[in-house]
Design a binder for this molecule. Structure first.
Ligand code: NI
Length: 184
């Protein structure tokens, strides 16, 4: 099943998502549907449950499409449940990001280059791992979603002013978005 992507302005994107337990109803189907929804959208490499309207601490990341450029991404298809970033380490790095919930907007975001994260996977096996570089960036972006944040929250006030009318259009549903979506 393909979920509609909930767009900027929808209140579900502003909620701090709640942890789930192993007996969360339909968990494996939900995860399969999350991947299906992400693959149906353009350029999706990560998707968080709040983006499909469900405020739980779950996000998925698939970087295998980038494995030709970086072999470390081969097999990088992961589910992060009940994640907590416990350390943000390393240098500040600025790079452009986009988000399926904010179509048509790409902005530079400064993030730490390295993180340590604790989570359980789709089998509720616990992990405590360090990621760096692009993987750390994508994880922090998706993690923001389960904390009720989106990437444009941390851009400069000047940039925010410049994209204000585009954001207003998204909130009003005036948006050119090819994938199934839902506005507030
Ligand atoms: Ni996003």
């Amino acid at each position: 099943m393909i979920y509609p992507i909930h767009l900027y302005g929808h209140p579900v994107l502003r909620k701090v998502a709640t942890p789930i337990s192993k007996d969360y109803p339909g968990l494996s189907q939900f995860i399969a549907d999350m991947f299906e929804t992400m693959y149906k959208s353009e350029d999706g490499i990560g998707l968080a449950a709040p983006q499909v309207g469900i405020s739980v601490r779950l996000f998925i990341i698939d970087l295998t499409i980038l494995a030709d450029d970086d072999a470390s991404f081969s097999g990088f298809k992961k589910v992060f449940i009940n994640a907590e970033i416990v350390e943000r380490i390393g240098n500040d790095v600025s790079k452009e990001e986009g988000c399926l919930s904010i179509p048509g907007i790409n902005e530079t975001v400064t993030r730490k280059d390295k993180i340590r994260i604790q989570y359980v996977d789709e089998n509720f096996v616990a992990h405590d791992e360090v990621y760096e570089g692009f993987a750390a960036r994508v994880i922090q972006h998706e993690y923001d979603h389960i904390e009720g944040h989106v990437f444009i929250d941390s851009i400069s006030p000047i940039r925010r002013q410049l994209i204000k009318s585009k954001l207003t259009n998204i909130v009003k549903g005036k948006v050119n978005c090819k994938y199934k979506h839902k506005t507030a």
